[in-house]
Design a protein around this ligand. Structure first.
Ligand code: SGN
Ligand code: CA
Length: 521
């Protein structure tokens, strides 16, 4: 792994902890852990990452975590969907092992199984979970929890606690932040180390900006990704038959708020706004709506308009999330907690921002397969580090356990990233990563698939109602536009990847037979 001291101007940089002179060891004093996760936040929309949007939509507070800590440039998920990712992060086990394979699972998450919050709680941590949970069963392993029902809504949302369900007034990102700050205020005096999972709903579809950000990007024109008008030539059935394009799938009214029929606001929860909130909303959106219907756009011009509207709202939601991260960081500093608190920022999975003409996730292509991850751990992580190792969301619980000085149970399937965080990636760190996505039938019609990814290649098997293999060479084809599975030049690589995929599946206890057992009758 390499270090890039990207923020040379950082105060005191000269004196910063070399790898071996790292400050207080985590073993001396167990650190607090704050895991902040948003929903569907693409790394392309974090200014600490390289992206065409970098200069258009800054995320200064998330960037603060990267600047003070480590940015991961290849953190991969095992099944790019909300509920399944959350189950992986709690258990350190693949979906077929923890039992939660799709969002629409008939079976809620089995909360009686081993999870990292339970293990931390048992070891004396004060634990809490606040925000989007999305696992249907009640949270277990938390001293305190307060969750959104299902996906939750943006304005005046309901929350569920042990006492039942109630409605609160306000914007969901602000409410979750406030609840977390209140909990921290008690936790800091509890005499125990704490672990907080702060899970934002934003910036999930339908991307409804908060009152302070309504007009933030309304007049900004964002650069377009190279593949906005992808026609999927050179790829297979799965890419051609998905239902997640900006052009066809994205709805002008509910998604882009160009309401002609305001009764449709009920479908997206916007009808929950009170008259003041609605008046503020209308002030911004009414003129955009009038201009849109006057302009009578069609074809590629309409796609371009939709892309811009999508990003204006999506990035405005993120601005509120970034502000929330800043409030947490400031709180820690003000209360002298910053030195002994690890702060992690991640998304549940990646997201398409117009690449391949798409929004949403699910595919094993980079934008949804990779999730943003930045971690600050004062005294342990060298500030301004950038890591290119293949890490995964399945490594997070093992990492949290080791941070707390606990042993990692042998049945967890990931690996603690603590040595990676210390800048000492073990020589036997993973060189390949296993993926398996299951949700078909389901929203966006992405075929079921599993596959293996290495630094350079990806071998993917789409199955269920089709049986197609694809191979991508990310070095020759970084945008993943060409399936080279049948190219004789890749015959050797293909063979090798098949072999490695078979042994990876065996290692993790997955198989075609098991995949078939999860198919709908
Ligand atoms: C909803 C969204 C989908 C999204 C899924 C899963 N439709 O069904 O676009 O893919 O959630 O998202 S919506 O019209 O209801 O917004 S996930 O992040 O929770 O997995
Ligand atoms: Ca999600």
């Amino acid at each position: 792994m390499k270090f890039y001291l990207g923020y040379a101007a950082l105060a005191g940089m000269g004196a910063v902890l070399g790898q071996d002179s790292a400050g207080p060891s985590p073993a001396n004093e167990r650190p607090n852990i704050i895991y902040i996760m948003s929903d569907d936040h693409a790394y392309q929309a974090i200014s600490a990452y390289e992206s065409i949007l970098k200069d258009y939509a800054p995320t200064p507070n998330i960037d603060r975590i990267a600047r003070d800590g480590m940015r991961f440039d290849r953190c991969l998920v095992t099944n790019s969907l909300s509920g399944p990712c959350r189950a992986v992060i709690l258990t350190g086990k693949y979906s077929h092992v923890n039992g939660f394979i799709t969002n629409d699972d008939q079976k809620p998450f089995d909360g009686s199984q081993q999870t990292f919050p339970k293990l931390l709680q048992k070891a004396g941590y004060n634990t809490a979970m606040i925000g989007k949970w999305h696992l249907e069963s009640e949270p277990t392993g938390f001293d305190h929890w307060e969750i959104l029902p299902g996906q939750g809504v943006y304005y005046n949302p309901d929350f569920i606690t042990r006492e039942g369900r109630h409605t609160e007034k306000g914007y969901v990102t602000d409410l979750i932040t406030e609840k977390c700050l209140n909990w921290l205020d008690n936790a800091k005096n509890s005499g125990k180390p704490f672990m907080l999972m702060m899970h934002h709903k934003a910036p999930h579809r339908e991307w409804q900006p908060g009152p302070d950000e309504l007009s933030l990007y309304k007049d900004v024109i964002f650069p377009e990704p190279e593949t906005l008008f992808d026609d999927y030539a050179g790829r297979g059935t799965a890419e051609k038959t998905q239902d997640m394009t900006i052009s066809k799938t994205m709805r002008i009214e509910e998604d882009l708020k160009m309401y002609k029929d305001r009764s449709k606001m009920r479908r997206t929860g916007l009808d929950r706004m009170d008259s003041l909130q609605m008046a503020e909303w209308n002030k911004v959106y009414d003129p955009i709506i009038s201009r849109f219907y006057e302009s009578d756009l069609s074809g590629n011009d309409l796609v371009r308009f939709k892309y811009q509207r999508y990003l204006q709202d999506y990035l405005a939601c993120i601005a509120a999330v970034d502000k929330s991260v800043g409030e947490i960081l400031n709180y820690l500093e003000k209360n002298g907690l910053d030195k002994n608190t690890v702060v992690i920022y991640a998304s549940d999975q990646g997201f398409y921002l117009g690449e391949h003409g798409w929004f949403d996730k699910r595919f094993m292509f980079e934008e949804s397969y990779r999730t943003p991850l930045v971690i600050r751990w004062p005294g342990v992580i060298r500030p301004g580090s950038v890591n290119n190792d293949m890490v995964s969301n399945i490594d997070l619980p093992e990492t949290f356990l080791e941070m707390a000085g606990l042993d990692v149970p042998s049945d967890m399937q990931g690996r603690s990233m603590v040595p990676v965080l210390k800048g000492k990636t073990p020589s036997d760190w993973r060189k390949e990563h296993y993926y398996h996505y299951y949700e078909l039938p389901g929203p966006h019609s992405v075929k079921r698939h599993y596959g293996i990814s290495t630094d350079r290649y990806k071998l993917i098997h789409y199955y269920y109602d089709i049986d197609e293999w694809e191979l991508y060479d990310r070095k020759a084809d970084p945008l993943e536009m060409k399936n080279v599975y049948n190219d004789p030049k890749y015959a050797k690589i293909r063979k090798d990847l098949h072999k490695r995929l078979t042994s990876l599946m065996k290692k993790f206890g997955d198989s075609d037979e098991l995949a078939r057992s999860f198919l709908p009758n």
